[in-house]
Design a protein around this ligand. Structure first.
Ligand SMILES: *Cc1c(COP(=O)(O)O)cnc(C)c1O
Length: 438
């Protein structure tokens, strides 16, 4: 790859979630191809994609089955507007997603990215209460360290200071409640105890202000961008019961934790509950195309069903329900069925856990080695200020893509990594940890 491509990239492309000046010392890596869990860089190097390209890829890069489905769809229909029109991929996908919730969330509203799904869920919740004569229910609750996207609306329920603080004057901030993060356990407390203690704060808040609150939004089981904060499903059971008691919608943001990531297809299933609104994106299209969806209960849908256009949900995006993206999602769901992926992932997750325990459990700097399905993480004590970038660079040298969040190293591999590849990933991480701490 000629150096000039990098120079052109740095001049013309503004990269996300980056301080562009840092690229003076650590330039972006040109990727020219992908195959399974590997990314192939401009200089012909193969890099193991240990974080599924920002948590989106499920079945590897250039998956032959998803490629074939997309090629077929491409020659049939690339796009048509969804207002006033419909098409087979969007209908099929909506039916199959509804079936995955056993019909509990039977109405699907589409957008193209996760932040828009958050915005849709918030607007839908508020508007549903308004249509029911309760416009005073216009506030939202979220968890401490929550992340639900970075548009101005989604930032209201995102509690990561780094993303929110600069824009504080633009944002109508929701209240953040204590997180059930199991790392916060008091001495002698179990993860379930910690969850119950956090739910106590939710109970008090709803008791005092439930009448003003439209919805409580959370990521079930794992708060991803918070640094893979994991918590006991007991919190979800209690939150569900409290939201029911106080007539508050429960929004599950499964943009990161959905699509099998935590071991079940939806993370909330592990608590035996259903949310009122469910946001999906990232892995939904197998990591191929921008697609997000909000699934909702019939009761919410019914609140909008009326002769009056203003009582309808008038939200829209140009690419709502794009047929190519929906077809990629359908091909992804086919793979889940045909390969019994959730069962295969139980074994894969066990390999990952074993390999990480071997490599890190006795390490003097490693704290809170933890795992939920296909997500594993640990925190690093005594990490230098630029730990994340140093670790990332050292991991790349060892042919792995790993990008810590602050001092949290995490693994979120695609569901095609075999045991030798997972071993190579763990070894690259061990090498990177020593380099970053040196
Ligand atoms: C990534 C993410 C979002 C935002 O999705 P974008 O497509 O990046 O806008 C929202 N919520 C969670 C939990 C996420 O992980």
């Amino acid at each position: 790859m000629p150096a000039s491509l990098l120079q052109r990239s740095l001049a013309a492309v503004w990269h996300p979630c980056s301080q562009m000046k840092h690229h003076e010392t650590l330039p972006p890596v040109p990727v020219v191809a992908g195959k399974g869990p590997w990314l192939i860089t401009g200089d012909g190097k193969q890099v193991l994609d240990g974080i599924s390209s920002w948590w989106v890829n499920l079945f590897g890069h250039c998956n032959p089955r998803i490629n074939a489905a997309l090629r077929e769809q491409l020659d049939r229909l690339e796009h048509a507007m969804l207002a006033g029109f419909t098409h087979p991929p969007v209908v099929e996908l909506s039916e199959r997603l509804a079936a995955l919730t056993n019909g509990a969330l039977g109405h699907a509203f589409y957008a193209s990215d996760g932040a828009s799904a958050t915005e849709i869920a918030l607007k839908m919740s508020f508007h549903a209460w308004r249509n029911r004569g309760l416009p005073q229910k216009n506030r939202f609750l979220c968890l401490e360290n929550s992340y639900h996207g970075e548009t101005v609306g989604a930032l209201a329920v995102t509690d990561v200071a780094l993303f929110r603080e600069a824009y504080a004057p633009l944002v109508r901030r929701a209240e953040a409640l204590p997180s059930p993060d199991a790392r916060r356990a008091a001495p002698g407390e179990s993860a379930a105890d910690t969850a119950r203690r956090a739910a106590g704060a939710l109970a008090a808040k709803l008791e005092a202000e439930g009448g003003r609150i439209a919805a409580f939004i959370l990521e079930p089981l794992v708060q991803g961008a918070a640094g893979m904060a994991m918590y006991d499903p007991e919190y979800l059971r209690l939150a569900r019961a409290l939201c029911d008691r106080h007539r508050v919608h429960l929004i599950c943001d499964e943009i990161a934790v959905g699509c099998g990531r935590t071991g079940t297809f939806f993370a909330h299933e592990q608590a035996g509950i259903r949310p009122d609104l469910l946001c999906l994106s990232k892995g939904l299209s197998g990591g191929y195309l921008p697609l997000s969806v909000v699934l909702c209960r019939d009761e919410i849908f019914r609140a909008f069903y009326d002769d009056d256009v203003r009582r309808g949900f008038l939200h829209s995006h140009s690419y709502t329900g794009n047929p190519l993206a929906c077809r990629a999602a359908l091909a992804t769901l086919d793979i889940f069925d045909e390969d019994d992926v959730l069962a295969a992932n139980r074994e894969r997750a066990a390999w990952l856990g074993r390999l990480l325990a071997e490599a890190f459990s006795g390490h003097a700097a490693v704290r809170h080695l933890r795992q939920r399905g296909m997500i594993a993480a640990f925190d690093v004590e005594g990490a230098p200020k630029d730990f994340s970038r140093r670790f990332f660079a050292a991991a790349l040298d060892a042919r792995a893509l790993l990008r810590p969040i602050g001092n949290t190293v995490y693994f979120m591999p695609p569901y095609v990594m075999n045991e030798p590849e997972l071993r190579a990933l763990a070894q690259a991480a061990a090498h990177a940890l020593e380099c970053a701490l040196a």
